[in-house]
Design a protein around this ligand. Structure first.
Ligand SMILES: [Zn+2]
Length: 130
């Protein structure tokens, strides 16, 4: 029952009923004049314009093209891409569980080793070693 949980601060925004992808956190948006429902995306870091803004292009821009972007933002976008790839299957829940199991298994051994050692000492004593 570990209380540790990964918190994701990347927010998903609802605008006009459309769910905007997390990548939009790093782009300014401007509605296209042709009323297509698409948005122009302007990179907050280097002001590059994508018209219309396509999330896959925008992600690629941050990860491999944008020269001024900070490592933190780059890592966040890589995380967005990776977590979306994972969530397309049902793996993410299992991975969360196995991470908890991993964390628990790394905190338990000290106590276990101590009690195992005591048990061994008792065993030796009980066996009446000279
Ligand atoms: Zn950029």
């Amino acid at each position: 029952m570990s209380a540790s949980k990964k918190t994701i601060y990347i927010s998903e925004k609802h605008i006009g009923g459309h769910l905007l992808k997390p990548i939009w956190n790093f782009f300014n948006k401007r509605k296209l004049l042709n009323n297509s429902g698409h948005y122009e995306a302007i990179c907050k870091t280097c002001n590059r314009v994508f018209s219309p803004g396509k999330p896959s292009q925008m992600e690629k821009h941050i990860i491999s093209e944008c020269s001024n972007v900070s490592e933190t933002i780059k890592e966040a976008v890589i995380y967005i891409v990776e977590s979306r790839d994972k969530s397309s299957g049902t793996k993410s829940l299992n991975e969360q569980l196995s991470l908890d199991e991993y964390l628990e298994s790394t905190t338990i051994p000290d106590k276990h080793i101590e009690s195992i050692n005591r048990a061994l000492i008792k065993a030796f004593v009980c066996c009446g070693l000279p």
